[in-house]
Design a protein around this ligand. Structure first.
Ligand SMILES: [Zn+2]
Length: 667
C-alpha cells in the first residue's frame, strides 16, 4: 500500500467521473484509429513528488493514450438512455433520474486492459488535445496503475460557428457538455447567468465564453487507494499539462457524478427504493464534495463544476459550503400523497380533449380548498407544469380559468421553473437539438416554427388574451424580445442587415458614378461579384455591358435598407414601394431582365454572416458594439440561417438555390 498523502480536506469519495457513458472503446467502436504520432507535449511521463510525514517519496505519473485505459468514444452503451429523447431537458436531469447514473460496471483494472501507446484517437480534431494521466504506486507488485484522469483541452475559437456540430463528434461527454452548458456558439447559456434560480450562485458569467478550457472526462482512483490525495494530484497534473500546452487555458470543467461500479450496484440492489435513492444521493454529493475540495464550484444550476485559474475569480471567494446545491427531490411520505397528484399516467398518455375530461372528473370532485389542486409531483411540477409540458392547449386553457391559476402559474418546480419557463425550456431544446440513438444532432438551423398547439400554450401562459397576428408569429418563431419584425427578424439581426445594405449601396454607387473609384462595367463586375451569388448567370453577364442594370441592382440595396429601417420584412412588395417614381427606371429594368429583390436581401445575409462575431470575422460587433448594446436582445439574434430560411419561405423561394447547393454554400 502506498502511503497516505491526501490533504485533510480530501473527501472520502474519490471515485468520481463525469461520464454517463463509460463502456468505452471496444475495438471498432471508437473513433477511427488513425496511426498518428502523439503530441510531444503530452507524451512521455511526469514525476511528481509528494511528501508524507518526514518521508519524501516520489510517485511516477505516466501519461498514456486514452485507448490504453479503455476510454474514448462510445457508440453503443447509451442506447438505453437516449431513446426517444428529443424532448430531453437540457440541464441537470441527473438529480431527477437515476438513468443518468454512469453505466460503467467495469473495474478499474479492466479499464486498463489492452492498451497501446501509438494511437492518437483525437488527431482528426485539431482544436482538441487529449490529456491522460495515470498514477502508479511505487511499491505495486505489478505495473497496473491505481488511478487515472482523462481530460480534453478545448480551443473553441476555430469551431465557434459550428460549435455543437464539432463538439458532438469526438466523445459523448463533450457533446453533453456542449448542449447542456453552452449555446450554439460556445458561450455559457444565458439562463445560467440571468435566471433567478438557474444562475445558481451567479459566480460564472461571460468570462466562461472566452479562452481555452480543460474538460475533465474521467477521474478514478481504485478502491484500495482512495482517501489518500491521489484524486487531487491527478487533477493537478492534468491541469499543469494543460497549462504547458496552452497558457491561455483559464478554466477546467467537470461533470460531477459518481461511477456506478459493480460494487456500488450490488450495494444498491439490497436496499429499498427509498434507501437506494438516498444511497445514490450520498454518492452524488460525495462526488460533488470532492470537486469542491479541489477548488471547483457549480456552474449555474447545472451538474457541471468549473475551476478558475484566476485567483481573484468570484468562484475562489465562495466557500464550498456556500456553493449552490440542487434541491432534494420531493419525497412523498405516504402512498396517499403519491395518489394525490392529479396528472396521472392515463392523462399523460391521453390526447388533449380526453385529458380535459379526465381532469374535470378528477379535480371538480374536490372543493377548491382541497390540497389536490396545488399538489406537485416529485419534480416539483404542479398540474399546470404538467399539462403545459405535454402541450395540451385545451386542458391548459381550462386550468387557467380556475380561481387559483395564478398561484399555479407562478410556482416553481425543483429546477426553478414556472410552468411558462418549463415550456420554454422544452421548446428551446426542441429548437436546438434532436436525439437520435447516441447522437445529438444540432437543429438550430433547421428550426421552422413551433406548432400551433405549442404557440397557443405559450400565448396562454404569457396571458395574451387577444394576440395580434404579429404577436402570434413572434411566439411561433421563438422571439423573446417582443419586437422581432415578421416574428423572426430580431432588432440586432436587422441592424446587421441594414448596415450591409447601406454600406453596399454606398460603395456600389461610388464605383458606378466614379466618385469612389472609376471603373469599367467588367471591372465593376469583377470587383463586386461576391454580391452576385443569388443572381442568375444571364443578368450577371448583362451587368458588364449595361450600366442601367448595375444601377438597378445598386438601388435595391438602398430600398432594402429603407424597408428595414421602417421595420418591415424586406419582401419584394415592401421593398419596391420605395422605388416608386424612380427615374430613370433602372430598378424596373433590372427586375425585367431577371433580377430580384431577394438576390440583394440574401447577399446582405451573406455579408452580415461574414462579419458576425460567431459566424464570421466579428467586424460588425467590433465597429458597432455600442449601438448594438442599445438594442433589445432576442433569442433570434445571430440566427441568420433560420431568419433567411423564413425569409425565403415568405418569398416562395426554395430553401437553397441551385447555385448554393452546387458550391456547398448552404449553411
Ligand atoms: Zn425577438
Amino acid at each position: 500500500m502506498p502511503p497516505i498523502v491526501g490533504s485533510s480536506d480530501e473527501p472520502r469519495q474519490v471515485e468520481v467521473t463525469p461520464s454517463r457513458k463509460r463502456k468505452q472503446l471496444d475495438e471498432g467502436t471508437g473513433p477511427d484509429k488513425k496511426r498518428a504520432t502523439k503530441d510531444s507535449d503530452i507524451d512521455g511521463s511526469a514525476v511528481i513528488k509528494t511528501s508524507e510525514s518526514n518521508d519524501e517519496r516520489e510517485e511516477k505519473i505516466t501519461e498514456k493514450d486514452p485507448l490504453e485505459l479503455g476510454f474514448g468514444h462510445d457508440d453503443e452503451s447509451d442506447e438505453d438512455e437516449d431513446e426517444d429523447d428529443d424532448e430531453d431537458d437540457d440541464e441537470d436531469e441527473d438529480r431527477y433520474d437515476k438513468d443518468e447514473i454512469d453505466e460503467n460496471d467495469e473495474s478499474l483494472e479492466e479499464d486498463f486492459e489492452d492498451g497501446s501507446d501509438d494511437y492518437d484517437d483525437f488527431a482528426e480534431w485539431p482544436w482538441l488535445k487529449s490529456i491522460t494521466i495515470r498514477i502508479k504506486a511505487d511499491n505495486s507488485v505489478d505495473d497496473s496503475p491505481i488511478g487515472f484522469c482523462h481530460a480534453k483541452l478545448i480551443n473553441r475559437e476555430p469551431i465557434r460557428a459550428t460549435f455543437y456540430r464539432d463538439m458532438e463528434e469526438p466523445t459523448h461527454d463533450l457533446s453533453e457538455l456542449a448542449f447542456h452548458v453552452f449555446d450554439r456558439w460556445g458561450c455559457l447559456k444565458s439562463k445560467f447567468r440571468d435566471h433567478p434560480v438557474k444562475k445558481g450562485t451567479g459566480i460564472w458569467g461571460a468570462e466562461l465564453d472566452e479562452s481555452k478550457f480543460l474538460f475533465i472526462e474521467g477521474l478514478k482512483v481504485n478502491e484500495d487507494n482512495q482517501r489518500k490525495g491521489y484524486g487531487r494530484k491527478l487533477f493537478e497534473q492534468a491541469w499543469e499539462n494543460a497549462q504547458s500546452i496552452a497558457d491561455d487555458c483559464n478554466f477546467a470543467i467537470v461533470l460531477a457524478s459518481h461511477i456506478n461500479t459493480r460494487v456500488v450496484e450490488e450495494k444498491a440492489e439490497s436496499l429499498s427504493p427509498r434507501d437506494r435513492e438516498l444511497f445514490y444521493t450520498g454518492l452524488q454529493s460525495a462526488a460533488e464534495d470532492f470537486w469542491r475540495a479541489v477548488g471547483f464550484r457549480r456552474i449555474g444550476s447545472t451538474s457541471y463544476f468549473a475551476y478558475a485559474k484566476d485567483p481573484s475569480h468570484a468562484s475562489r471567494s465562495i466557500s464550498a459550503a456556500d456553493d449552490y446545491r440542487h434541491p432534494l427531490s420531493v419525497q412523498s411520505t405516504s402512498s396517499e400523497d403519491d395518489q394525490m397528484f392529479p396528472y396521472d399516467k392515463a392523462m399523460s398518455q391521453s390526447n388533449d380533449p380526453e385529458t380535459l375530461e379526465l381532469l374535470k372528473a378528477r379535480l371538480l370532485a374536490h372543493p377548491a380548498t382541497d390540497n389536490i389542486w396545488l399538489s406537485v409531483d416529485k419534480y416539483g411540477d404542479n398540474i399546470v407544469h404538467a399539462v403545459a409540458g405535454d402541450i395540451k392547449a385545451e386542458s391548459l386553457s381550462w386550468l387557467l380559468q380556475l380561481p387559483f391559476s395564478s398561484e399555479l402559474q407562478s410556482s416553481r418546480n425543483l429546477k426553478g421553473e414556472t410552468p411558462l419557463e418549463r415550456l420554454e425550456t422544452w421548446l428551446e431544446s426542441r429548437r436546438t437539438m434532436r436525439r437520435l440513438g447516441g447522437l445529438t444532432i444540432p437543429m438550430s438551423d433547421e428550426f421552422g416554427s413551433f406548432t400551433q398547439a405549442e404557440t397557443i400554450c405559450l400565448q396562454l401562459l404569457k396571458g395574451l388574451s387577444n394576440p395580434t397576428p404579429t404577436q402570434l408569429a413572434r411566439l411561433a418563431y421563438g422571439c423573446t424580445c417582443g419586437e422581432c419584425v415578421g416574428g423572426f427578424l430580431s432588432p440586432r439581426l436587422l441592424f446587421a442587415l441594414e448596415d450591409q445594405c447601406e454600406t453596399h449601396h454606398y460603395q456600389l454607387n461610388g464605383m458606378l458614378d466614379g466618385s469612389m473609384m472609376r471603373m469599367s462595367g467588367p471591372e465593376w463586375c469583377d470587383w463586386n461579384d461576391h454580391h452576385f451569388c443569388h443572381l442568375d448567370a444571364s443578368i450577371k453577364n448583362n451587368f458588364k455591358t449595361n450600366k442601367s442594370l448595375r444601377q438597378g441592382f445598386t438601388n435595391i440595396f438602398g430600398y432594402v435598407a429603407e424597408a428595414i429601417h421602417a421595420k418591415e420584412v424586406p419582401t419584394a412588395i415592401n421593398v419596391l414601394q420605395y422605388a416608386d417614381g424612380e427615374w430613370p427606371p433602372c430598378t424596373k429594368n433590372y427586375l425585367q431582365r431577371g433580377g430580384t429583390v431577394a438576390a440583394v436581401v440574401l447577399a446582405s445575409f451573406d455579408g452580415a454572416m461574414s462579419q458576425d462575431q460567431h459566424l464570421g470575422d466579428g467586424e460588425h460587433q467590433a465597429v458597432y458594439q455600442d449601438d448594438i448594446d442599445k438594442l433589445p436582445k432576442c433569442r433570434n439574434d445571430g440566427e441568420f440561417v433560420f431568419a433567411s430560411r423564413q425569409y425565403r419561405a415568405l418569398e416562395g423561394l426554395p430553401a437553397f438555390s441551385n447555385a448554393e447547393v452546387e458550391t456547398g454554400n448552404t449553411w
